[in-house]
Write a new protein. Sequence first.
Length: 420
Amino acid sequence: MGSILKIENLSKQYRLGLVGTGTLRDDLKRWWYNILGKEDPFLKIGESNDQTIRGESNYVWALKDINFEVEQGEVLGVIGKNGAGKSTLLKILSRVTSPTIGVVKSKGRIASLLEVGTGFHPEMTGRENIYLNGAILGMTKAEIRGKEQEIIAFSGCERYIDTPVKRYSSGMRVRLAFAVAAHLEPDVLVVDEVLAVGDAEFQKKAIGKMKDISKGEGRTVLFVSHNMAAVKSICSKALVLENGQKVFDGGTDEAVTYYLKGNNNQLNSSSFQTEFDTELYCLRSIEVKNDNKVVGEPIVEDKEIVISTDIEIKSSRPERYHITYHLRSETGEPLFSISHRRSGLLLKKGDNKIHCVFPKSFLQPGQFFLSIYLIEDRRQAIFIEKDIANFLVVNGARELGVFMGREPGFIRPQFEWYEG
């Protein structure tokens, strides 16, 4: 089919704390260099958009050297942490803002849904806004009229369609905005993280509609979301942004795995060389994974989780020692401790590989941290290492459209229920 969207060397620079490009002096300098045919002097300065550190420069690159192509009929997922550059990328593609460097080549109409109620006039009614948005997309009044009833029915706002949009709730606005953008037959539909505003029923409808747009009508969708289940459900490929730069571009499953692992090599797995090697013991590795899965793949809640410890005991009396783990949440709250001693297993002299199995659906989605203790004679800890490993548990393959929020607490025990 060929590419419908091509991005080449795309970069966007902002100056912190100021509106526009900065000072009048900077603007004049840029103008003069342009007259002389020289490169913009401010392109050589600036730092990556890492929000966690205080930089030296007032200029930051919200995007830096982004290159990718989207084929017709593809659904491309764009994932990354808050501040990674996702919304900036979509605003450039939607022509809300222009790039500092690089070009965007596109064919056909692009419809965008970047924020709740984007492009809606608050004083106009829902029906009037349907026609306004259609006109912005270049459609005739007759074309819009042919889609009007379908849009209203999909949005579920029929009772309020002749009421000014300023009186709509945020959920009603996003439902109507999505219905307009999806039904006015754009060649490329750009959807930012707006579906989170909608309820579960509307999420399911919207995801189904995006599938129909791409597969049934052969149109292209760019989808930004923090909901990895939704991304894996509808996207044929995905790219991962980090501090304004593209760090991964490929299959959806691989992209989600890369994103969840992040830039932390210790996630789900920790290997040690000589850090914990003494005359009594040598700790080699700790791994966390789903049962029958490979280390490094996302750990899902609805399968058993296995913590594996590889340790050598050098003492001639290995029975004196046992391992205890303390588990705490991402907010630092201690959850519980686990010890292999209670299972009846004994450490032996030489290599030991011991495994602890958590039942499926025991832990809620979230990040967890392990601290290890090597206990001697059940009395004193001869080795303590806090947060020696951490692992991330994510939602399993739930049906889309069911409740996607997080249940309270950190564990989900399976208690017995009976009647009578």
